[in-house]
Write a protein that binds this ligand. Structure first.
Ligand code: NAD
Ligand code: USQ
Length: 400
């Protein structure tokens, strides 16, 4: 297949591009490198030393990979460029990772809120509009989030996108309906994924576009088989208070001797998936497209659920790290249960990497190896959801 990877320079997009190239697809990366500019804006760097896009692609060819092309294009702002790209490339599939994906970054200021809504909804709408405009019948696979559902239920498992409901008509008859699961986003970022979901439903209905939306949990891990082939292919590892996600942050904090920053009671339960499983899921989704006229296929892309404080305690056991319970900078439920259906990927052959297999390897091979690159001042989460929240700063900073 000829596949465009929108956002192919990012944490998920880069290893997904290499994996798809490795199994024989023609891959073209489209990215405006905005994530690298945000690193500069925040004064942070990936814990791992990431090479430039040019160096990455050269290293991939030198290690025997099928050449990958790169186009520097802003999917949200350059509609004409995107349309021309679709008209000339006529891809079989598009994988859409190209959004601002950090909840804390999206909540930092009015500017950040507006940028996140503008970038994410325009990027998604431009892709949909350009598919119709160009007449290209490509399968669109989008990376959504578990956060569209919120993280609690009325006691059942969260289904894959759709909820079966029964409504009572005016005449008293019972009618069965399948509706999009009610949304409950917890940040401006998560809200943009809710807006995306509505755009997809409309274009699948009106224009019969073939769309798969992957409601993904929190990714952990760094390396995939392909990113390990050469140090220039290394994937990014975010640990700062805006972009670092909880499990990778705890692994890094444990490696540098910084008390693990559990927000509040740590009773928040979230869904997780290893980065190696993420690339497999993208492959599986591409191999199982919906038909024209089908409603949007929604898969829950997660393999395990864990409570934040349990993760911290688990890592403390394997690494002698300490835990700091810090004020929660976010507005979110202090404690929640989370049960999620993920049968589609398991039925289609996903064999998950479990936390118990992968954790120690990450601490040793990534977090400790690059620990000297860490800037400890960038660890605290300082983006506040409301004026009433407090920054997530440990009371006693570690002594080094
Ligand atoms: P990332 O920020 O590392 O990568 C996103 C990439 O998209 C970056 O390279 C960025 O430069 C590019 N981009 C952003 N806006 C663009 C635009 N307008 N035009 C062109 N390129 C643009 O993020 P990630 O962690 O790789 O996440 C990728 C997708 O997966 C996101 O949509 C995110 O919401 C979703 N997701 C991520 C996680 C996670 O834990 N990382 C979990 C669930 C879902
Ligand atoms: N948390 C801590 N300590 C930390 C960092 C986070 O306790 O140092 C807590 C947060 O308060 C939250 C939970 O851990 O309760 C998860 O936070 P996170 O930053 O790991 O995840 P989140 O903000 O939800 O966002 C990440 C990705 C996003 C993706 C989402 C999937 O950045 O792109 O959509 O995970 S999900 O969480 O399933 O919605």
């Amino acid at each position: 297949m000829k596949i465009l990877i929108l956002g192919g320079d990012g944490f998920c997009g880069w290893p997904a591009s290499l994996h798809l190239s490795d199994i024989g697809h023609d891959v073209m990366i489209v990215d405006n490198l905005s994530r690298r500019r945000i690193d500069v804006e925040l004064g942070v760097e990936s814990l791992t030393p990431i090479a430039t896009m040019e160096e990455r692609l050269q290293a991939w060819s030198e290690t025997g990979g099928r050449p990958i092309e790169f186009v520097n294009l802003d999917v949200a702002q350059d509609y004409d460029g995107l349309l021309e790209l679709l008209q000339t490339q006529r891809p079989d599939a598009i994988v859409h990772f190209a959004e601002q994906r950090a909840a804390p970054y999206s909540m930092k200021s009015p500017r950040n809120k507006r940028y996140t809504v503008d970038n994410n909804t325009n990027a998604t709408h431009n892709v949909l509009c350009a598919l119709v405009d160009s007449g290209v019948d490509a399968h669109l696979v989008h990376l959504g989030t578990m956060g569209v559902y919120g993280y609690g239920t009325a006691g059942m498992k969260i289904p894959e996108g759709y909820l079966d409901v029964q409504v009572t008509t005016e005449t008293g008859d019972q009618v069965d309906q399948k509706i999009l699961y009610p949304t409950n986003p917890g940040s401006i970022y998560h809200m943009t994924k809710v807006l995306d979901q509505t755009l997809f439903a409309y274009y699948a209905k009106n224009d019969k576009l073939r769309i798969t939306d992957l409601h993904q949990g929190i990714i952990w891990g760094t390396h995939t088989d392909q990113t390990l082939r050469d140090e220039r292919l290394i994937n990014r590892f975010d640990y700062d208070g805006d972009y670092g996600t909880v499990l990778n942050r705890f692994l890094m904090q444990a490696a540098v001797g910084y008390p693990m920053t559990v927000h509040g009671t740590g009773g928040q339960t979230r869904a997780f998936i290893h980065i190696r499983d993420m690339v497999r899921c993208i492959q599986i989704a591409l191999e199982n497209p919906p038909a024209n006229g089908d409603k949007v296929k929604i898969f829950n892309q997660m393999t395990e659920t864990h409570r934040v404080r349990d993760l911290a305690e688990l890592i403390a056991k394997i690494s002698d790290a300490t835990v700091a319970y810090v004020p929660n900078p976010r507005q979110e439920a202090a404690e929640n249960e989370l049960h999620v259906t993920n049968d589609t990927f398991l039925d289609l052959g996903l064999n998950p990497t479990t936390l118990s297999e992968g954790l120690l390897i990450e601490v040793e091979d990534v977090a400790r190896k690059y620990a000297e690159r860490a800037d400890l001042d960038k660890i605290p989460a300082t983006s506040l959801w409301t004026a009433q929240q407090q920054p997530g700063v440990p009371e006693q900073l570690p002594v080094h």
